[in-house]
Design a protein around this ligand. Structure first.
Ligand SMILES: [Zn+2]
Length: 475
């Protein structure tokens, strides 16, 4: 068994056990140890962090003393954010090849991840493969906390558990990387299969019917699409025991449709981010518990001061306790959240978080056969990640089946080349969604974007069109 498989399983079971052990004290002392180790290491080996951490007393850590940082600041000094310069930004860019579908591994040890980010600007991140195995194992342990019973674990020795992911197929997307690495590390006890979300829904369902996954992970909009297809009479010969969703907000309407279409399935919503995968996991009471042993989430006001328990934050500061190659410490993310320390009926001692994401709206398109297809924010992001020369973008659904893609080009690119690249990328995705002949796309260069209220995030998708009646029906 490869070394990373052992790490993956070790942390999967550790995260399961710590969750059940239910000792707040044990979790806090584990977290404090991890934080101290991270800060020590960051001050010693990471030039970008050295200055930020210069005056911190590591025996008496108070996070509030460390100035927050942002994606822009980290991207501008990318090489200084890496421990001992083991990876340079040029190494990261060299992994970019939209035709290659394999894990972008640098020097055999480090994984490159590209995130759309919530600001509309792409961001890059590097993580060591061992830390990645820890994060994957820990996240899966929490997501599957009620599903991975001793009986089911024993069963996997006889017959592998069947898991599937339905998401964008892109070598730099963390969801795809999660599936690919599980394929490498989880065998022979777990079988893993990936279904590209941009295929037509009939084809996706046919594939899932054939494979019959016991555990399915999908974007909420993709899960909603399956649910509506089933509610509309589509033929399903499987129902997953566990369905986890993540990467975008799960709306109340989507949750209702999914629960109605798959009544036997346990639905788990996951709030995380590329910079910090295992941030939280939803329990059976529908509350998201913060995984404070792997990550620290601070809810703060516009001036980065902590808000009171139960108050809505302006944004959050995230600290990833596992990634040592490129530490993220008090890293600003523009999600508005409410953290509560009130006990949850599930008995978990982890605090809960309510997330008010501002990523954008779903776009419902009628495809060439007249069937509703969803162009969700992560699909839009994936489409834009395949273009060249885009600094920022926004996709607006102005009239039914009419899209405007607004963009700001990077300085070194000709506007016409960028526009052509966007057109090509949208033509590809619309063709795969069977919308190639029925959707009009206009590409428009702009000088600036309007922000959401409070100077918050740039919405990546905006729909000015009411959702179809079929989508409202189940609500
Ligand atoms: Zn709970």
């Amino acid at each position: 068994m490869p070394a990373h498989s052992i790490t993956f399983y070790a942390f999967l079971f550790r995260s399961l056990l710590r969750d059940r052990q239910n000792s707040l004290q044990a979790i806090q002392s584990y977290r404090d140890r991890s934080l101290r180790t991270l800060l020590h290491h960051a001050r010693r080996d990471v030039p970008f962090q050295r200055e930020r951490l210069a005056n911190i007393d590591l025996n008496q850590i108070s996070l509030g003393q460390i100035p927050p940082t942002t994606k822009t600041a980290m991207m501008e000094s990318f090489n200084q954010t890496i421990s001992r310069g083991v990876v340079a930004f040029d190494d990261v860019l060299a992994t970019e090849d939209e035709h290659r579908l394999e894990l972008p591994i640098i020097h055999g040890k480090y994984l490159a991840v590209k995130s759309s980010g919530t600001s509309g600007k792409p961001g890059w991140m590097v993580i060591g493969l061992r830390d990645w195995a820890i994060l994957r194992g820990a996240t899966l342990g929490r997501l599957a906390r009620n599903w991975l019973t001793p009986g089911r674990v024993a069963m996997s020795f006889v017959r592998p558990l069947r898991t599937a992911t339905l998401a964008a197929e892109h070598s730099h997307s963390m969801t795809w990387q999660s599936s690919r690495s599980a394929e490498m590390w989880a065998g022979p006890f777990v079988q893993v299969r990936f279904f590209p979300v941009v295929n037509a829904v009939e084809r996706i369902v046919a594939g899932l019917n054939d494979y019959k996954p016991e555990y399915l992970h999908a974007y909420p909009t993709a899960a909603e699409m399956l649910a509506r297809y089933r509610l509309d009479g589509g033929n399903f010969t499987f129902e997953p025991e566990l369905l986890s969703v993540g990467s975008e907000a799960l709306t109340a309407m989507a949750r209702q449709a999914i629960e109605q279409a798959f009544p036997k399935t346990r639905l788990v919503d996951h709030y995380g981010m590329s910079e910090c995968l295992p941030l939280s996991t939803e329990c059976e009471h529908g509350r998201k518990h913060l995984n404070t042993d792997y990550a620290i989430l601070e809810a703060v006001d516009a001036d980065d001061r902590p808000v009171a328990d139960g108050e809505l934050s302006d944004h959050v500061l995230v600290t990833n306790l596992v990634n040592h190659v490129q530490p993220f410490i008090r890293y600003r993310v523009d999600d508005s959240v409410r953290i509560s320390h009130k006990p949850c009926p599930c008995g978990s001692v982890f605090p809960t978080v309510e997330v008010h994401s501002r990523k954008g709206s779903q776009i419902h398109l009628r495809n060439d056969q007249g069937i509703w297809q969803m162009l969700s924010p992560p699909i839009v992001v994936d489409t834009m990640l395949r273009t060249i020369g885009v600094a920022q973008f926004q996709v607006i659904h102005v009239l039914q089946n009419e899209l405007i893609v607004k963009f700001i080009p990077l300085k070194e690119f000709a506007i016409e080349d960028v526009a052509a690249s966007i057109r090509k990328s949208f033509a590809n995705v619309l063709c795969r969604l069977a919308c190639g002949n029925s959707v009009k796309v206009t590409v428009e260069r702009v000088d600036a974007f309007q922000r959401t209220e409070g100077g918050g995030k740039l919405l990546q998708t905006i729909s000015l069109v009411a959702p179809p009646a079929a989508s409202r029906r189940a609500a």
